[in-house]
Design a protein around this ligand. Sequence first.
Ligand code: ADP
Length: 547
Amino acid sequence: MSPRRRVILSQLPLTLATGLAAVIVAVWHPDMAAGPLFQIGLLFHGAMLALACAVPWQRLPAAAALAMPLLDFIPVGMVGVAGLGTVIQLGVLAVIPVVWLAWSGVLTRFCLAMTFLGPLAVVWLPVVAAGSREPAEYADVLMLPAMMLATGWVVHMLSTSARDQHESVAAARDDLQSALEALRREQRLRDAVLETVDVGVQAIDSEGRTVLANRQQLLNEARAGSVPGNQGREWPEVYGPEGEPLPPEAQPAVRALRGETFSDQVVRLGTGASQRVFSTSARPIPGPSPEGAVLAFTDVTGLVQALAVKDDFLSSVSHELRTPLTSVLGYVDMLLAAGDLPDHTREGLDIVRRNAERLQRLVADLLAAASGTGNLRPEPTDLGQLVREAVEAAAEEADAAGVWLKHRTEGPLPAVLDPVRISQVLDNLLSNALKYTPPGGRVTVRAYRADSGHVIEVADTGIGMGAGEAAGLFEKFYRTETARKSGIPGIGLGLSIAKAIATAHGGTIACTSSPGQGSTFAVHLPDRHPVPGHRTPPERERGTHAR
Ligand code: ADP
């Protein structure tokens, strides 16, 4: 309500009440109506209404409106005095400005004082005007101001509590509004994040129904031709990483609903040409009771296809290289066996043979990396014998590199493993140790039983690696900065192959290394079958080569 409207509406009751009194007086008390005081009082009332309408209250301070009830006491007093001696007690009209003052809420003490002093003036002025000196006459009329003060006090209390209530309601409304605004802001932020990431995000409730999915997830579902999560707890079109059917309990949504937290579970969604490969992660939605889970789907179809193409390429290139290399080696061996060759020709042929053999090893590594470790053939084997053979085979290379190579394994070490593949691990670790150890260094190999399995350890005193360098050691095509800069040949496949073979045996491979001090690679191969009658052979140090 505008201030002007409020003032007019507050003034109007007094004007109307006075108007009604004027009609009553005009009809039943014509003498009083004819009196000049009464008529001036009425005119004053009219002027007060006109004043309420004319003043631009909105431009004045709120306290300015108090002038109206204060001035109202004058005409109320006039018509009150005019009615003295009649039964019409128009002084009670003072209650209206009193209520106005008490309700105003500004200049509280002043207003409360005026609720008494205003009516007091209304009742005392006629007594003063009559020149009375009788205290009793002054005391007799005190009832009205006292009642007005009481009324003013009650109205003031009511207005204060109404104002308090209004303020607390307004504060609660403001709090609610700012909470709503914060919520909306958060929602907008969440939506923007969800729509910006190129990862499919899906939230499911405790029944497995989708409650939220971002645009990328809808796109994923459309591409895969399946609707994950919308078909209850089982997804018939979810397959494992190799395309094998995935049992319901291993499917991402079901695992997530069980409360599991996981990352990077690779699944295939959909069938046929529209099948897509996703890396999925999930977290349960925290809450006092199961609230469902959030799943993230990263489309890795392109990556998986690229890896497959790379492996195909590696395997076909390696196959193509292997045949001519075998032929080169065969002919070189034949020529070398021929005997009566001039020395420089023999030396040349030796160089050809060495390089062809190196190429053959590289090609074998490439083939192994491309074909994986699918065709593992475990059989009862003497691991001790494998170690000795590997060390003997590397003796010539160690000799050429000027490195001490020794093994500390004697006697049989029965184990069930794929001898060809474990020999490959030994060869790779040994050739690395020899490659990355400067002349005069030492390389030690040992195999022993430990932790219900076997451990193969290859330790060197070579260039070693820092912790940062060793981080991606077992990844395909990884080479440390130091190795690359030093010009030592290699393509970064040996360790990834060794790790794949150890993993295929259910084992692990680890490296401890420090720069300039050397490295130790340890392969742990757990027992796959009990090895009957096994005992740990005594260790004996035996140098295979010294220089
Ligand atoms: P590469 O053909 O390069 O030797 P590997 O996979 O066998 O490939 O080894 C990966 C990288 O690990 C190497 O390039 C080298 O930087 C580091 N590395 C491996 N073995 C050793 C070692 N014994 N000492 C120091 N660095 C090593």
